[in-house]
Write a protein that binds this ligand. Structure first.
Ligand SMILES: NC(=O)c1ccc[n+]([C@@H]2O[C@H](COP(=O)([O-])OP(=O)(O)OC[C@H]3O[C@@H](n4cnc5c(N)ncnc54)[C@H](O)[C@@H]3O)[C@@H](O)[C@H]2O)c1
Length: 377
């Protein structure tokens, strides 16, 4: 049976313990940790706000703790490495805010959050959080919408340039002691080619701008893009089928939703040109991965470039990894010294803004917030 800590008696703001940071290392016995929490939860030294980081790629959270200290708020910051609801629940039921990277936050977890006022995500995609359930409980979900637009759009163009210029085959050719063209077919001139962008939001828009510098013609499929916005960006808005038939590179920049899961499967891959490439920067499950393997093996399409996978990291026996006509990066298209600092600051800023009684900038579940937010209640 899960151990549920009591509702905490909070101390007054501005206590000297502000920004306290406690890490629950992987392998901790969660029930034991919860029990310990129960022992201290009724002391008068509880911070005013309890914030739980459910998981994070970096081994430490000093920057986040410093941001909370800087805010002047009295925050106890707890770090978990939780993957499942039983690992989460004992610690999060009485949290005032959650900061989430990849841990799933499903409806049944949200229903047990007694006093959570905001869920803030490290990143842009919010597919691991049940947005509707959070909205129904009056909990705004926020993301960090612009920490990596420059990095991901540049990564996309890097893939296009590598595929067009056949950089990987030429590199392997030279390493094998060979010289001259690695294949009999020369690459097409990039400025004669067409890029198909699926999803023209913040990242897609900058991909379009950068592609223009290389003279690529751009087609866009985005059912939520207005004709005016498309015209202003100088792109042609088309249906997905048309984009797939005409593009030399198809790049995905839409969110993972029930609508986009396996948006690209066998039928869509068969609509692409045999000389075309698929690029996925968005989320692995937008592409039906076994269908992609089949299309790459049978040369239905020429190749692919992937930053994301259906299962991450991909298992060692993943058939994709054996194919030569694919370029991989390990879900790091957002990676730069600047982007990761911005990410960590903004994820905290969302929480601080809510605790200060204001509206955070990037609420992504506004349409589900039927109840007044807990801050308003
Ligand atoms: N690989 C990475 O490290 C990385 C980093 C950042 C973002 N991402 C992913 O990229 C996605 C896009 O990021 P963004 O900042 O541009 O988001 P955004 O919300 O600004 O834009 C998403 C666009 O997709 C469109 N869209 C929604 N449903 C669609 C559909 N069914 N078909 C086509 N288009 C659709 C929306 O209208 C919107 O214009 C994120 O949701 C995230 O999952 C990945």
């Amino acid at each position: 049976m899960p151990v549920v800590p009591p509702v905490r008696a909070k101390r007054e703001p501005s206590h000297e313990h502000s920004g306290n940071y406690q890490e629950h290392k992987k392998g901790d016995v969660w029930f034991k940790a919860a029990f310990k929490r129960g022992l201290i939860d009724h002391t008068p030294l509880m911070a005013e706000f309890k914030v739980v980081i459910t998981d994070f790629g970096s081994p430490e959270n000093e920057l986040e703790a410093a941001e909370f200290r800087h805010s002047g708020l009295d925050v106890e910051l707890i770090r978990l490495n939780a993957k499942t609801a039983p690992e989460l629940l004992p610690t999060v039921v009485d949290a005032d805010a959650l900061i989430v990277q990849w841990t799933p936050i499903p409806r049944d977890v949200i229903a047990q959050l007694r006093q959570c006022r905001v869920i803030s995500r490290y990143g842009i995609g919010v597919d691991m959080i049940d947005l509707a359930a959070a909205g129904e409980h009056g909990i705004p979900v926020c993301n960090t919408p612009d920490y990596c637009i420059d990095e991901v759009s540049t990564h996309t163009l890097s893939f296009i340039l590598m595929l067009n210029r056949q950089i990987m085959p030429q590199d392997q050719h030279v390493r094998a002691g060979k010289w001259g063209p690695p294949t009999p077919t020369p690459p097409a001139r990039l400025s004669t080619q067409t890029l198909g962008v699926v999803g023209m939001g913040n990242i897609g828009r900058v991909v379009v701008q950068k592609a223009a510098a290389f003279g690529l013609k751009v087609l866009v499929y985005d059912p939520y893009l207005s004709a005016d916005t498309a015209a202003q960006a100088g792109v042609e808005r088309v249906e997905l089928e048309t984009l797939l038939q005409r593009a030399d590179y198809v790049t995905l920049h839409c969110p993972l939703t029930e609508e986009t899961r396996h948006l690209i499967s066998t039928a869509q891959l068969q609509q692409m040109k045999p000389t075309a490439y698929l690029i996925n920067m968005a989320r692995g499950p937008i592409v039906d991965q076994p269908a992609l393997v089949e299309a790459l093996v049978s040369k239905t399409i020429a190749g692919a470039a992937l930053d994301v996978f259906e299962k991450e990291p991909p298992p060692a026996d993943e058939p994709l990894l054996k194919l030569e006509n694919v370029i991989f990066t390990p879900h790091l298209s957002s990676w730069s010294a600047e982007s990761f600092v911005q990410l960590r600051r903004e994820v905290v800023q969302n929480v601080v803004t809510v605790f200060q009684g204001q509206q955070p900038r990037s609420i992504v579940n506004r349409k589900f917030l039927v109840a007044p937010t807990r801050q308003q209640a």
